[in-house]
Design a protein around this ligand. Structure first.
Ligand code: COA
Length: 151
């Protein structure tokens, strides 16, 4: 397994992986992955098997659902995060998340946030995130979770 920053030659394959996992629409996924430096991928035999990113919510995507608990536009969020089905539960997600955590720590992040699908809530809890509130975005149930990055 090889871990690296997303580059143009792996862009289409990364979009497809996230579409296969049904995480969002093609438009949303392509919009986020356009910021390639903010994404890290895992390769097996030169095929993309996992991806994670970070983003800042400058359109207040989560604000309506979170109300006063919305952390503001400068907060760091976990971006599209997924591991190909047959590669799950092998530690790839853990490694991607911890590499990305280090990356945003170096950018000055003191905490990071995630709007988790219900199926991944337990995974994030194991990684140190706690639920702040829950709500819906575009009719999909989300848990808004936070992890402090201050050691
Ligand atoms: C969530 C996801 C990225 C985790 O990646 P992964 O490579 O499977 O994770 P790891 O192998 O590093 O798992 C680490 C631990 O979390 C557990 N785990 C993995 N996915 C889990 C889930 N959905 N719910 C609960 N526990 C989970 C593993 O059993 C393992 O537990 P252990 O450390 O006690 O043995 C992956 O399951 C995935 O792509 N899911 C579908 C897409 C998704 O839900 N993405 C998140 C959107 S918010």
């Amino acid at each position: 397994m090889k871990f690296q920053i997303l580059t143009q030659n792996y862009y289409d394959e990364s979009v497809q992986l996230l579409l296969d996992l049904e995480l969002d629409t093609r438009e949303e996924i392509e919009h986020h992955l356009f910021d390639m430096d903010a994404h890290m991928i895992c390769l097996d035999d030169d095929r993309v098997v996992g991806i994670v990113g970070w983003y800042k919510d400058n359109v207040n995507y989560a604000k309506e659902a979170m109300g006063d608990l919305f952390p503001g536009e400068e907060a760091f969020w976990v971006g599209f995060f997924g591991v190909k089905n047959e590669y799950q539960n092998k530690g790839i997600g853990t490694k991607l998340l911890s590499m990305m955590e280090e990356n945003i720590r170096q950018k000055g992040a003191k905490e990071w946030w995630v709007s988790s699908v219900p199926e991944a809530k337990e995974f994030y809890e194991k990684k140190g995130f706690s639920v702040v509130c829950n709500g819906e975005i575009s009719g999909n149930k989300k848990y808004f979770m936070k992890k402090s990055l201050i050691k």
